[in-house]
Design a protein around this ligand. Structure first.
Ligand SMILES: N=CN[C@@H](CCC(=O)O)C(=O)O
Ligand SMILES: [Zn+2]
Length: 413
């Protein structure tokens, strides 16, 4: 099956050879073609270029994209889409003056979601989660990472990961699963961290590996959650089962976690609302991708990741949604890109690369996703008519999507 898209006003993120990521000053340039065509064969991109070089294909469906922009689908490398219920009550508590940390200290936060998840059937969690997955796909996400971490019991974590597996089986979008048993200490382990870490390493992990339920391992490395030493233990245990680390770190405090993650060859370090010179030094000359989550900063009113500082130091940066019930109850990557421009002073070029090719890298999908490259998956967004791609972040709350394409086919709910 062939589809030819013609008269594209701007075709964004065209990369002749499959680069893995873009860093520092490279991010200022977003390669694109004006008045372009894009040819899709089956599930892959088979050619692209200027309209004057457009092939005279007869055996294909032709779509006229006059006035519209085409860009690779968003690659959302950090989400918690699988959860039960919601935490709108805590949202109102925060409006009334409580902080995220105060709510967590009262037994709310992650433990609140864990209680709900353990009380909800696998079927019901699947039904709730698939609606969110469909929603983000319609908002232009074409590859996504999903974490466990609201089970915090052997059965609860397995239940979450089995739901992720079912989503992988039933949807065309690429999904990577991350085991986040180390998201918080359950109440009964508050005074006995060692026992919970033992449960993660010697009970949860072997069971997860046996069913092949996870691609990556994560932990919440933060004051009051998992210490640097505890996180190192978890990263080492995960790696024994072939799970590379992707770690929540530097959200509220900087305690030397980034260096530890880099030393453990983490694929990504995520959050980074606080960054020290030592953190930046640790990331330089490493393969670890820093990931910013601006909708979390927006929603719980905490600082934004200092993007300019990271880019000026020559580092790459990815953007992800952090879709979760506590700190970002949206997975809208258009909002994430716009917020990165408006609040973090990223340019549209930088933010789009951060949400596409660098997002793909942060979940190990850069060979197949994240750019318009011959041979990559035909995952892309066609926008409504726009004057230029600058209008993508500029129109921060307008639905600019005309259609989304996953593996060469238009996706509709
Ligand atoms: N910070 C840790 N984990 C999630 C939020 C978890 C929650 O509040 O449910 C995050 O990435 O923001
Ligand atoms: Zn998160």
């Amino acid at each position: 099956m062939q589809t030819l898209i013609i008269n594209i006003k701007q075709l964004l993120q065209v990369r002749e050879s499959g680069i893995s990521k873009v860093s520092g000053a490279e991010m200022a340039v977003l390669p694109h073609i004006e008045n372009a065509f894009l040819l899709i064969k089956d599930d892959k991109i088979s050619a692209y270029g200027k309209m004057e070089d457009c092939p005279k294909e007869t055996n294909c469906t032709v779509i006229d994209a006059s006035g519209k922009i085409v860009l690779p689908s968003f690659c959302d490398s950090h989400t918690h889409i699988v959860y039960a219920g919601n935490r709108s009550g805590e949202f109102v508590d925060r409006i009334n003056g409580l902080s995220y940390e105060e709510i967590a200290a009262r037994g709310g936060g992650i433990l609140n979601s864990a209680k709900k998840l353990n009380e909800t059937s696998e079927e019901e969690i699947y039904e709730q989660s698939k609606k969110r997955l469909e929603e983000v796909m319609l908002q232009g996400t074409g590859a996504v990472e999903i974490k466990s971490g609201y089970g915090l019991t052997v059965e609860g974590e397995l239940k979450m990961l089995r739901v992720i597996k079912r989503l992988k089986e039933n949807y065309p979008i690429a999904i990577k699963a991350t085991f986040l048993g180390a998201h918080a200490f359950p109440k009964e382990y508050k005074e006995n961290h060692e026992a919970y870490i033992d449960l993660i390493c010697n009970d949860m992990l072997p069971k997860i590996a046996k069913e092949n339920l996870a691609d990556y391992i994560d932990a919440f490395l933060e004051t009051g959650y998992f210490s640097v030493a505890e996180t190192i233990k978890i990263m080492e245990a995960g790696k024994k089962y072939g799970l590379k680390p992707k770690i929540h770190v530097n959200q509220f405090t900087a305690i030397g976690g980034i260096k530890a993650c880099v030393n453990q060859s983490a694929l990504s370090v995520d959050h980074l609302e606080l960054v020290t010179d030592e953190d930046i030094e640790a990331l330089q000359d490493s393969d670890c991708m820093p990931v910013a989550l601006p909708s979390c900063s927006y929603f719980i009113s905490i600082p934004y990741t200092p993007a300019r500082q990271l880019l000026n130091a020559g580092l790459p940066l990815a953007l992800a949604s952090d879709f979760n019930p506590g700190t970002s109850p949206t997975g809208n990557m258009h909002f994430v890109v716009a917020t990165a421009c408006i609040k973090m002073k990223m340019t549209p070029e930088e933010a789009i690369s951060a949400a596409t090719i660098n997002g793909a890298y942060a979940m190990g999908l850069n060979d197949t996703h994240g750019s318009i490259t011959v041979g990559k998956k035909a995952n892309f967004i066609i926008t409504k008519p726009l004057h230029s791609f600058y209008e993508i972040p500029y129109c921060f709350a307008t639905n600019l999507i005309d259609s989304v394409w996953v593996n060469g086919e238009q996706f509709n709910r």
